[in-house]
Design a protein around this ligand. Structure first.
Ligand code: 5RP
Length: 262
């Protein structure tokens, strides 16, 4: 792995802890104005100071992030689908490598849909993207298992993550599951977890803790942070779990939640 590639990865996975808190705010690319992300600039401004990187699309990057920001960017470069469309798995590469470089990103992210109708197309997208990114030293984060068709168990997630790594992804983002250690153990590149749909803060913190305990290098969390009643408190709490091995109990006490939301 060349110096540029290693340097970019170390912008995302922090060398002092070997871990990362990525903030995912790319949901609009197929979900439209998701709750909590209606005005991306507002959400991003308040949370970026606590994120090790921002995962977003080029449209939101250009319009809603100050170019003076110091947080590394993980650019989503796949899309072409929507929540109301025919098939969520029908994705293509949406950004040229030249534009990714022009935007000075630290990594690019692309979804694969193993087991879906468009499995082959999305795996080809990943392989082609990796080949292009290798030329410029840009790491690729493969995102697995979005959508409802497949059971998100260790058997399926290991399959999807391993295929992503075999095709050359430098990092993999997936979901937490029972026997998650097996997913991590059989995937030769660093694994981060998505948060998934909004759940109680207590449960989301436990999820982050369990993922780290079981070998993930961090989280790439979105809705469980920006849809929380206390988004800033939540990202700070997740940071303490990921980087300082804090327990969910310790950090939960720091959140400012109304009684009905607890
Ligand atoms: C969708 C994504 C999202 O970024 C991902 O789902 C992470 O966000 P959340 O924690 O809200 O699930 O990659 O394809």
């Amino acid at each position: 792995m060349g110096w540029g590639m290693r340097n970019r990865i170390s912008q995302i996975i922090k060398p002092d802890t070997g871990r990362t808190v990525m903030l995912a705010v790319d949901h609009g690319y197929f979900l439209g104005p998701t709750s909590g992300l209606e005005e991306p600039r507002k959400t991003i401004e308040s949370l970026a100071p606590y994120a090790d990187s921002l995962m977003l699309t080029r449209g939101v990057l250009r319009t809603s992030v100050d170019p003076g920001v110091s947080v590394p960017i993980v650019l989503r470069v796949s899309g072409g689908n929507s929540i109301v469309g025919e098939d969520l798995s029908n994705e293509t590469i949406t950004v040229s490598i030249k534009d990714a470089i022009r935007l000075n990103v630290s990594a690019v992210a692309l979804s694969i849909y193993v087991g879906s109708k468009y499995e082959h197309q999305t795996l080809k997208n990943l392989a082609a993207l990796v080949s292009e990114c290798e030329e410029y030293g840009i790491p690729v984060l493969a995102v697995t298992a979005v959508g409802k068709e497949m059971t998100r168990d260790a058997r399926y997630l290991s399959l999807a993550c391993r295929i992503a790594a075999e095709l050359g992804a430098h990092m993999v983002k997936t979901y937490y599951c029972e026997d998650f250690e097996k997913v991590v153990k059989t995937c030769p590149v660093p694994v981060v977890i998505a948060g998934g749909k909004k759940i109680a803060e207590k449960d989301a913190l436990q999820l982050a803790h369990n993922a780290i305990r079981d070998g993930a290098v961090g989280v790439d969390m979105g809705r469980n942070i920006f849809q929380s009643q206390d988004p800033v408190g939540m990202i700070k709490a997740v940071r303490s779990i990921v980087h300082k091995n804090a327990t969910p109990k310790q950090v939960y006490a720091t959140l400012k939640l109304g009684k009905s939301k607890r």
